[in-house]
Design a protein around this ligand. Structure first.
Ligand code: IFM
Length: 460
């Protein structure tokens, strides 16, 4: 990869990312079916302030205006997701042409603006009808995902080259099915591992479908990989890290890269009764081969560093945490709970993933920060902390490129403020500020700064 001192590689995809439920609104318009997030958000008490994605950023109606903003920013690429129930209201079977037409217009608009579309097929808004049949804990939902992939790629695959099957399967599995703070709001560790398996399986099964409908496709899966380290050298904290971080990362990445589920984690899951004594009894013959179907890039969503601490450590073994973290202040910590600003972690994660799994290429499919700076008296949003954050993370990405990591793009989370899942509208990640009452958009200072970064391929 040719790279000069000052520049990112030629053709580097500077982008921004969003997802359907977080921005589209129009939750029940033009034939769209209900999703598990519609159901969850409409259940009082599930989302902070009882916010919902019913309207969100109203992007379903304002997409043309939003493309104009992307064009002004100079984005090379835009990552968005398709709402599965907009296209297949029941998850399978009858196609909703009006829903497909929306994405068709969006893709054409992006291409006319010179912006490369990158589509995520599943960013968590499962059709509620499939949840009634067990959601991704049922193998049949993996089959339905393949059908949906076929529908989406047959319609858009002539124009869209970049496809992501799943966004953050670990978050979908564990936050939605163990912690219960995301839809569908369940709390059953064994079920969560079944969900994880069927997500991975549906990823593998859909790769040939995408390739058939989209010549030259570049296909990946987006994993959230934050940096994680033991809080102290104690064996207890090390084990907390090995199992805790392992379940969020290796549990998914090992099978994706042909290594099967990690033996230490399977044993641990049996010991903790997350799995029965027989182990991964949901794995059928051929599944692991399908999951390891080669794809073209690994998407990395990176936000923060976490420290692993064994909560049940015996007092005599208890070493004080030895890892330095900045005192809590509003520059070094985001407004999201306990999200430390830790750019070196992005370098560490990219280096680890590259040397451990050797994907052919990477995109940083999300990275960004939540700070709620709002317009001042002149209407300007001075979000200098976000500029610092992005600058330091771009530098970390560049260092990774310099040691040989084949990084092809960087998608800032997020294009605009949006519905941050269980936190509702209380967290603002956007380069563009959104007034959710009036739908006014204002490009923040970080957006102005990012425009110069893109225009100079990274020098600014
Ligand atoms: O908003 C989310 C996104 O949908 C998935 N990755 C993390 C972001 C910030 O929490």
């Amino acid at each position: 990869m040719a790279i000069s001192d000052a520049l990112f590689p030629d053709g580097f995809l500077w982008g921004a990312a969003t997802s359907a439920y977080q921005i589209e609104g129009a939750w029940d318009q033009d034939g769209k079916g209900e999703s598990i997030w519609d159901r969850f958000a409409h259940t009082p008490g599930k989302i902070s302030n009882n916010d919902t994605g019913d309207v969100a950023c109203d992007h379903y109606h304002r997409w043309a205006e939003d493309i104009e903003l992307m064009k002004w920013l100079g984005l090379k690429a835009y990552r968005f997701s398709i709402a599965w129930p907009r296209v297949l209201p029941n998850g399978r079977g009858k196609i909703n042409q009006a829903g497909l037409d929306f994405y068709d217009r969006l893709v054409d608009g992006l291409l006319q603006a010179g912006i490369t579309p990158m589509i995520t097929l599943f960013h968590w808004d499962l059709p509620q009808a499939l949840q009634e049949e067990g959601g991704f804990s049922a193998r049949s939902t993996a089959e339905a995902f393949v059908e949906y992939t076929g529908v989406a790629t047959r319609r858009l695959g002539d124009r869209v080259r970049h496809w992501i099957t799943h966004n953050e399967p670990s978050v979908y599995s564990f936050v939605g099915h163990v912690m219960g703070s995301h839809a569908p709001g369940l709390s059953d560790p064994y079920l969560a591992l079944r969900v994880a398996h069927h997500l991975l399986l549906s990823h593998g099964w859909s790769i040939p479908v995408i390739r058939a409908n989209c010549p030259g496709a570049e296909i990946g899966l987006a994993m959230n990989v934050n940096f994680n380290q033991p809080a102290s050298p104690s064996l207890y904290d090390h084990r907390a890290w090995q199992y805790g971080y392992g379940m969020w990362t290796r549990w998914f990445l090992d099978p994706l890269y042909g290594r099967h589920y990690p033996v230490d984690l399977v044993e641990h899951a049996i010991e903790k009764q997350m799995l029965p004594a027989e182990g991964t009894d949901f794995v059928a013959e051929g599944d692991l081969t399908a999951i390891a179907t080669p794809c073209d890039f690994l998407g990395v969503n990176y936000y923060t560093r976490q420290l692993a601490r064994d909560q049940d450590i015996p007092p005599e073994q208890n070493l004080a945490p030895t890892v330095f973290q900045a005192p809590k202040n509003d520059r070094d910590w985001q407004e999201m709970d306990d999200w430390e600003v830790y750019p070196d972690g992005l370098f560490n994660v990219l280096a680890w993933l590259y040397f451990e799994y050797q994907p052919k290429a990477f995109h940083i499919t999300e990275s960004g920060a939540s700070w709620s700076d709002s317009p001042d008296a002149t209407g300007r949003v001075r979000d200098n902390r976000r500029i610092d954050f992005l600058q330091q993370h771009f530098a970390a990405a560049r260092r990774a490129i310099q040691i040989g990591v084949p990084l092809k793009g960087y998608f800032v989370w997020s294009l605009m403020d949006n519905l941050e899942w269980g936190y509702g509208f209380s967290q603002r990640f956007g380069l563009i500020w959104v007034d959710f009452a009036t739908q006014q958009r204002i490009i923040k200072d970080s957006g102005h700064w990012y425009r110069r970064v893109i225009a100079t391929n990274g020098i600014a």
